[in-house]
Write a protein that binds this ligand. Structure first.
Ligand code: ADP
Length: 273
């Protein structure tokens, strides 16, 4: 009889534990949904005032230049700060569309060789001081069906990281390889590298290798770029990988199938062509 009583007490205890776990899970799911709503709303609300601020500083910039004003450098630093906030707001918007399953791909046909060339040029022109980038491209075009905007975002993010986590003046190498069933873009740097035990985390949301320094003039990030990049690449049916040696450098590679069949997931994926 004693054993039976003990068994009943244990069953009651197990039931109460199960209820507690269910309650806590529900609370966590609700808190997570509230956090996603907040991120979506806050980043959306920030976008409008930010673009008017950007427009006004551009106008002021032109006026100050015309007037040969000594205030131009202050305005340039203001514009840089606005650009940094803009990157964060866009990252947060990307995150919330990923979390809410509203992440759309608008694919179109393009030549990936030309796209890589123009992205590297765009990056070099917009970065001060100009980075040194060696470009190794195949002579024939690689015609693919991708979301040019989003894939461009991935390549620019890898370029910006390669520069950010390397000493000033070091060389970044971008190569493109065309294989039978897929193509691969590699971004190599000779920078600080990534400690082996941290490699599995760098694609996590908000993860940054602790204590890592960024190159002077680069802004400290929020640990969102690689998370978003991986999502974009995977939505294209590809994968993103990294090889790295501490204090020697890193190579990030994106491998994409030649016939792009975007991953079907919870998210809506619309193809414009
Ligand atoms: P962040 O905005 O912090 O750069 P990312 O998601 O792009 O965020 O990168 C996550 C972390 O991975 C970075 O904080 C950095 O520690 C590490 N990392 C990314 N790219 C490189 C690189 N090329 N070399 C060394 N470390 C890198």
């Amino acid at each position: 009889r004693k054993v039976l009583e003990q068994q009943q007490a244990l069953e009651l205890h197990a039931k109460s534990l199960e209820r507690t776990v269910q309650e806590r899970t529900r609370e966590l799911v609700e808190a997570n949904a509230a956090k996603d709503d907040f991120i979506a709303m806050a980043s959306h609300e920030l976008k409008t005032p930010l673009s008017s601020l950007k427009g006004m500083t551009q106008l002021l910039h032109r006026r100050l230049i015309r007037a040969n004003s000594p205030e131009v450098p202050s305005l340039v630093s203001m514009e840089n700060s606005i650009r940094r906030i803009e990157v964060l707001v866009n990252d947060l918007l990307n995150i919330s569309s990923l979390e809410t399953g509203m992440f759309d791909l608008y694919c179109q046909q393009c030549d990936f060789v030309e796209l890589t060339r123009s992205l590297v040029e765009e990056y070099m022109v917009g970065t001060n001081p100009r980075p040194i980038i060696h470009l190794q491209l195949p002579s024939d075009p690689i015609i693919v069906n991708i979301d040019v905007e989003r894939m461009g975002q991935v390549v620019l993010n890898l370029l910006s990281n390669a520069r950010k986590y390397s000493p000033a003046g070091s060389i970044i190498t971008v190569s493109l390889v065309h294989r039978e069933h897929d193509y691969c873009i590699l971004v190599n740097d000779t920078g600080v590298g990534i400690p082996a035990e941290m490699m599995e985390h760098i694609f996590d949301r908000f993860y940054r290798v602790p204590g890592i320094e960024v190159q002077t003039g680069s802004s400290v990030g929020f640990g969102l770029g690689l998370y978003i990049s991986r999502q974009i690449v995977e939505h294209h049916g590809g994968r993103i990988e990294v090889e790295s040696k501490l204090n020697r450098g890193s190579t990030f590679s994106i491998v994409l199938p030649l016939l792009v069949e975007p991953k079907s997931s919870d998210s809506d994926i619309s193809l414009s062509s």
